[in-house]
Write a protein that binds this ligand. Structure first.
Ligand code: 13P
Length: 250
């Protein structure tokens, strides 16, 4: 039985004052939720603040990206080891915004995935198709290509220490959620692709859904057999909304 995981991706939002308010509100709201793993992925400068507020409170925190390299002359880069210093347990890699806006290729995403594992952290590895890809019938190939790039680099067994997030690009920040059936179909496809290489890893792999998840639509999504939780953007910035989603996960 896979346990559920709900992760908030704050993206480039927040400041010291608003984070303080959001995090301190989340602590009592999420305290009764003991089965689901709840995570917030915050911008780098606020990792120390997040650690200070959440340590020992049963909520995990993480980063939204890392550099693929460990250290050296990479101006502006932040390594997985550096975010681990701030108590992070999770790092998002391959988010579609990184792929589309910052040029993260499948190969770079695979390198980042490996770097996160090497630092002892859990990658939340994002895959997903654009609307044009879905409409032109290549969705399956796109997802397979994204998954295969990581499995080729690290071996399917490395997914044992990871979470996969299916985020259809057309559902991100658009208010247009994939239907539970649409999402389930892709989650099953992802699990099947991993199972071709390692059945045991595929069975235990948490696959979470992201794209316009709200407290009001989370329960139907999380009821599907291959949907093991959510990766939440906009709704993770509102304490009651995020807590509602975590509650819906059980
Ligand atoms: P929204 O929940 O705002 O659609 O964002 C989803 C997302 O990109 C999470 O990583």
């Amino acid at each position: 039985m896979r346990s559920k995981l709900v992760a908030g991706n704050w993206k480039m939002n927040g400041n010291l004052a608003s984070n303080q308010a959001l995090l301190t509100s989340l602590v009592p709201l999420l305290a009764p939720i003991s089965v689901t793993r709840c995570v917030v992925c915050v911008p780098y400068p606020y990792l120390a603040q997040t650690e200070q507020i959440l340590r020992g409170k049963g909520i995990s925190w993480g980063a939204q990206d890392v550099c693929q390299y460990e250290h050296g002359a990479y101006t502006g880069g932040v390594s997985a080891g550096m975010v681990a210093d701030f108590g992070c347990r999770y790092v998002i890699v391959g988010h579609s915004e990184r792929r589309a806006l910052f040029g993260d290729t499948d190969e770079v995403v695979a390198q980042k995935f490996v770097a996160v594992l090497k630092a002892g952290l859990t990658p939340i590895f994002c895959v997903g198709e654009t609307l044009a890809e879905r409409e032109s019938g290549v969705m399956e190939q796109v997802i397979a290509r994204q998954l295969d790039a990581v499995m080729a680099k690290s071996g399917a067994v490395a997914l044992e220490g990871a979470v996969v997030a299916y985020e259809p690009v057309w559902a991100i920040g658009t208010g247009k959620t994939a239907s539970p059936e649409q999402a389930q179909a892709v989650h099953a496809l992802i699990r099947g692709r991993v199972a071709e290489q390692d059945m045991r890893v595929a069975d235990g792999l948490p696959i979470i859904y992201g794209g316009s998840v709200k407290a009001s639509n989370a329960a139907q999504l999380f009821a599907m057999p291959d949907i093991d939780g959510g990766l939440i953007g906009g709704a993770s910035l509102v304490a009651e909304e995020f807590a509602g989603i975590c509650k819906a996960a059980g």
